[in-house]
Design a protein around this ligand. Sequence first.
Ligand code: PBG
Length: 312
Amino acid sequence: MRRLVAQTRLSAADLVLPVFVREGISEPVPIASMPGVVQHTRESLKAAAHEAVEAGIGGLMLFGVPSPEHKDAEGTWGTRPDGILNAALEDLRGELGEATVLMADLCLDEFTDHGHCGVLDDQGRVDNDATLQRYAEMAVAQARAGAHVVGPSGMMDGQVAVVREALDGASFTDVSVLAYTAKYASAYYGPFREAVGSSLQGDRKTYQQDPANATESLRELRLDLAEGADLVMVKPALPYLDVLRQVADLADVPVAAYQVSGEYSQIEAAAERGWLDRDVTVLESLTAIRRAGAQVVLTYYAVHAAGLLRRL
Ligand code: PBG
């Protein structure tokens, strides 16, 4: 009876697995603050991608971790075809074709030596419009490498319009833009910074949103839709379900939410101590995110949850 009348359903096809691929390693490297998650080699990423496709999940979101010598002020290796992220995209598109949706994180922070999401002006502040130019180049490079979807995550003003125009101008009209619409300056990204070996000095409060504010997310939504977003996303997920609900009520494109690294690590840490039942908590949190209005959920639990759902 509970199953018959359930208002919210969760299926593997709703889930997207974020994955990390690191340059210059010969074995996958575990991420200490995210037990069970690794930085992949290009080879191990291929195997993980096949496993994800077999589990029936909806897509993969790729993050690149370049070697320290491939970080500079402009994030040059983010746009080079032989940069780790673009090389791995090419690997996976060649390996998987259209078997799953390949998404690419479109941001400079992994590739800059200062760790910010954009290029800096002469006073060390992120230069919004100079950064847009780099995002345009990065979008085209990622599309060329095989991304079906690019996800501009840097929260620069005007990023969706610039990326859409660049893609269309290079004849990648079928490549979709997943807009990070409401992205909060969040402590929940803490473990991610270890995952990508971030060199960030300072914080991102001048370009990410204040957790105190909900209304500005609706303004961001309006702008992203007008600029041509194909999907819009709220991030983090569980602490921002109210924002997610408001965005979902107004958006006329699919809505995604990102259960971020800190949300994952919280569950893992408590489960390890026997304080939470991992599997029940995983399915409850993902169901809550779906209930609040997300059609698509990015989660490090994607493959694990797909396994749990098969057994229900
Ligand atoms: C920026 C980016 C971040 C995350 C995804 N894209 C970090 C940040 O904005 O500081 C965080 C994801 C997570 O915590 O799981 N490229």
